[in-house]
Structures are given as C-alpha cells and as structure tokens.
Design a binder for this molecule. Structure first.
Ligand code: HEC
Length: 128
C-alpha cells in the first residue's frame, strides 16, 4: 500500500471513531437524562464550559481549545486534550468520567453538577 493511502485510511478511521458516542458515555447520558428536566443540549453544555464562578472556569485547566493540552491551574500538571477527535480515549470509562466531573464541578463551581449539567456538557464534549 502506498504511504499516502495509509495516511488517508488512518485519518478516515480516526474520524469515524471520534464521531461515535462511546458506550460508556451513552449509558451515562441515559442515566442522567432520566432525572434531567429537559433534553441535553450542546449549546447549554458549551455555556457551562465557559461559565465563570469567582474566576474559575472549566477552561482554567483545560483551556478554551480542547484539541490541545491543558495545564492544571494549581499544580501545573499537563492534561491531555479532552476532544475525542484528537484523543479517542476520552469519555470511554464511566468511573473516570464520574470521578472527574465530580471533582471538577466541585473545584470550578463549588458544588456538584446536576445530572442536567453533566449531560449538557458531555453532549457538547462529544461533538468535539
Ligand atoms: C483544576 C483543574 C481542572 C478544572 C478547573 C477542570 N478540570 Fe476536568 N480534569 C482535570 C484533570 C486533572 C483531569 C484528569 C486528568 C486527565 O484525564 O487528563 C480532568 C478530567 C476531566 C474529564 C475526564 C474525561 C475522560 O473521560 O477522560 C472530564 C469529562 C472533565 N475533566 C470535564 C471538566 C469540566 C466539565 C470542567 C468544568 C466544570 C472541568 N473539567 C474543569 C482538571 C480540571
């Protein structure tokens, strides 16, 4: 196979993998939707991502461009990109998603996110 064809195929495969919702994320969305008032919206999720509470936002660590590395605001530790288009490992593990949404909502907003908020933000993250 020519090099160009290999590159083309791997780009095409990566694209289709990212476009699919991983089973773990789909299950969580179902669980959260059961208690959420309205259908999840990627616009609401994006708004939550940029919501500023006392100077803290999700972007504080993950930055505004989710296709690049972030950096923990306090510890300086590098954080791999959250966008599945460049990091297909993302949103594939229920435990990990729950753990980090719990911790990050507490850090950013000073409280846990509601199921509505978690569903909105994950719906948006899944489009990236
Ligand atoms: C204080 C820094 C910080 C802030 C602010 C922050 N995060 Fe995170 N986030 C992390 C770290 C650290 C990880 C775990 C390391 C990793 O997965 O690379 C993580 C992981 C995640 C994951 C796990 C994704 C996966 O499946 O691998 C999600 C989802 C997430 N964050 C969403 C959010 C949302 C939504 C907000 C805003 C409410 C937010 N984060 C704010 C530091 C932060």
């Amino acid at each position: 196979m020519s090099g160009r064809l290999v590159v083309f195929l791997s780009v095409a495969l990566a694209g289709s993998a990212a476009a699919q919702t991983p089973p773990a994320a789909a299950e969580l969305l179902d669980e959260w939707q059961a208690t959420a008032a309205t259908p999840f919206s990627k616009e609401a999720g994006r708004a939550l991502w940029f919501r500023n509470v006392d100077g803290r936002r999700c972007t504080s660590c993950h930055t505004e461009d989710l296709t690049v590395e972030g950096r923990h605001e306090r510890t300086g530790k590098l954080i791999e990109p959250l966008a599945r288009s460049v990091n297909p490992e993302r949103l594939t593990d229920k435990k990990k998603i729950n753990k980090w949404l719990y911790r990050n909502c507490k850090w950013t907003f000073g409280r846990e996110c509601t199921d509505q908020e978690k569903g909105d933000v994950m719906t948006w993250l899944l489009t990236l």
